[in-house]
Design a protein around this ligand. Sequence first.
Ligand code: AMP
Ligand code: MG
Length: 366
Amino acid sequence: MREMKRKESKLKRNLTSFGKVLLPLLLSLSLIGCGIRNESAKEKQEAYSTDLFAMDTYMTFTAYGDHAETALADVKDKITELESLWSVTDESSEIYKLNHSGGQQVAVSQDTAEMIEFALDMAEKTDGALEPTIYPVLTAWGFTTGEYHVPTEEELAQLLKSVGYDRVKTDSDHIALEEGMMLDLGAVGKGYAGDLAVEILREQGITSALLDIGGNIQTIGSKPDGSNWRIGIRSPFGEGSLGVLEICDMAVVTSGSYERYFVGEDGKHYGHIIDPATGYPVDNGLMSVTVIAKEGKLCDALSTSLFVMGMDKAVDYWRAQSKEFEMILVTEDKKIYITEGIQKQFVLNNAYRTMEVHTIGYEKDS
Ligand code: AMP
Ligand code: MG
C-alpha cells in the first residue's frame, strides 16, 4: 500500500514536472503551429489564391486547405462590405453620412462602431499622434483629391479647430461629430479589415494563409510545410524590398511618407501622413516604420502613429508596451533601427547591405 502511494506520488511529481516544462511548450507549438517543419503536409494542402481591388488598393489572398476557395470568397464579400461602410467618398457609406451629419448623431453598424472605438482608443494611447479626425487638414493639402498645394498657416490653424479625437461622442453604435469635424479611418481600416478576414478564415478551419492587403501583410499559422512566411519589407528608397522578415501567425504593416507625397513649388517633399500637432506633413527624419504584431489593426494604427512620433518617442513607446509589438524604423540618412525581439528574423537584401543597422534594446542603454 505504502509502496503504491509512493509510486503514485512519484507519478504525480513526474506529471507535474512534465506539465510545467513540456506541456506549455507542446501547447504553444501546436496552438501557433510555428517552427515545426512537416514535409509530408506539403502535398496535402492545395493553395488557392485570389485578388481584389478594394479600399483604393490591390489585395491578394492565399489560403491552404480544402475550404480555401469558399473561405476566401467570404473574405472578399466581407471586405467589399466594409469598403462600402467606410469609404469617405461614397455618399451611401456610414463614414460619409457621419461626416455630413451637421452635428447630428448617426446610428452605425457594429463593425463601424467597433472600428471607431478602436481608432479613438489608439488615438488616446498614442497621445493624439493617431488622429482619426485629421481629414479636413488632409483635404487642404489635396491628398484626398490629388490637387496638391501647400495651405497657408492661417488656413491650417482654422482647420485644426475641427480636429480632435477627444470630441467624438460615442454611445455604443451611435456616433456624433461636431459640425465641421470629419473622420478618416484610412490609417487603421486595412488592418482592421485584415483582422476580420483572418477571423473568417480561422472560423472556416483555415490554418495556413497569407493575406496581402495593399502592402499590409497578415498571416495565419505558418506555411503548410511548417516553415515561416518570408515577407519582403518595402524599401522607402525605391523599388524592391529592403530585406526579408521571417514570421509566423503575425501581421506586418509599414507606413511612410514615400508612399504618397507631392513636391511643392518650394521643392520640398510633402507626405500623406500629417502631424496633428502642426497640421503639416511629418518631417522628422524617418522614412518608414514597420510594425510586427499579432493583430493587423494594432500594426496599422501604430505604424502610422509611431511615424508621427519620430524616433525617440517611438522607441519610448515600444519600451513601455512590454513586448506587445516589434518594429523596424528606417531613417532618411539610411540607417535601420530594429527592435531586439525581431532582429534575428530580419535579413537585409544585398542591395542594402551597406546600410547601418542598429538594435533597439529593451533597456535604455542597450
Ligand atoms: P497609413 O498608410 O496606414 O499610415 O495611413 C495613412 C493615411 O491615414 C493617410 O493617407 C491619411 O488618410 C490618414 N492620416 C494621415 N495622417 C494621419 C494621422 N496623424 N492620424 C490618422 N490618420 C492619418
Ligand atoms: Mg496605418
